[in-house]
Ligand binder design. Sequence first.
Ligand code: ATP
Ligand code: MG
Length: 405
Amino acid sequence: MSDLDILKNCKRLAILGGTFDPIHYGHLVTAETVLKELDLEKVLLIPSGRPPHKQNVNISDNEHRYLMTVIAAEDNPDFIVSRMEIDRPGMTYTVDTLKTLRRICPKRCEIYFITGADAALQISTWRTPGEIVKMCKLVIVTRPGYDKNGIEAELEKAGIGLDRVVFMDVPALDISSTDIRNRVSIGRSIRYLLPPNVEKYILKHGLYVYMPDKKTAKKAEMIIKKLQKALSQRRFIHTRGVAEESVRLARVHGADEKKAYIAGLLHDCAKDIPNKEKTELCKKYGVEIDKVLAEQPDLLHQFLGAELAKNLYGIADKEILDAIRYHTTGRPDMGVLEKIVYLADFFEPSRRFYEGRDEIKALAYKDLDKAVAFSLKHTIDYNENKKRLIHPLGKSAFEFYKKYL
Ligand code: ATP
Ligand code: MG
């Protein structure tokens, strides 16, 4: 069955096309408003394939955009998501989509094509607008930041009569996919801008994350595939958070962003291995197990992680390996990458809130040494409270860094 068989008996329908990279509440409130105001049966959400006006923009993989749209629409039986544009080879033109729909829908079906004020202001650049409005009526909706004034002139330029257009006010949500992508790339919150499940999807798949370059992205992809098998979902999300936070810190402090990304990704690669197996692997790779480690085998994951990074993930770079090796205890006089991963682990966005987290984060973007000093103190106090042994590396690290407090 095609995803559009449901339209065979549909008499009133609207289409909302978009890049949906990602879909957000601005799109959904628009679809819902048009559905109700025009008393329609369905709104068809169509993620575009390759839109001619976004050729120079780096858009996410079709399947990601499609799945996010499906997730966003799943609790509304009147919204249907179609693959037709992403599955159609070549450039995506609205006129082709309408021709297909005209073939599927009953002859008398009324079709409305929804467009925001921003897109409406460019209608004369669309392919054959005259032909489009023979097959559907346009619904032009308001959008914060875009002036309705120029629209009539634009319609005239495109040869579209006002009888083929419905103007509609929709609740003003000043949300755009561009802003959401930018927020993600700099670690700002996107909560309440889009459905929570779409937000989760973005985090899980690491969409919109700043990627240093193609070569690193390729290497990261290989690492991520393996990590997805080695880590729980929660740990995996944390891992990505550390990788991204490390890149941001590296950028601010002039460190190597590519190394920061890889080190962040791998920092916990040994963490979910059961403790018994950790101990065996440590023997295999020659990691010495001292008294504290024997009592707290969980701490082994930093040393073992560095060995696995070297032996299973093919990392030879000493700075990356050291950033993994000391990311939990720290050590005296750490290198810049070590400090970055150590700190990113402390306050990446998915980390639960704890007293002092935001202060340490703010400090980390200004002064790495000072932030390390506060984090070490925080960790030592916390572990002493829990009556846990403090590893000698952590103690000597604090001795070294306490001068920055
Ligand atoms: P980008 O920033 O990547 O261009 P966008 O937020 O503009 O993304 P699109 O996928 O380009 O989203 O938009 C699809 C359609 O939805 C367009 O017709 C656009 O005008 C409309 N639209 C998008 N956001 C809103 C909004 N907040 N209010 C009203 N209409 C909107
Ligand atoms: Mg847009």
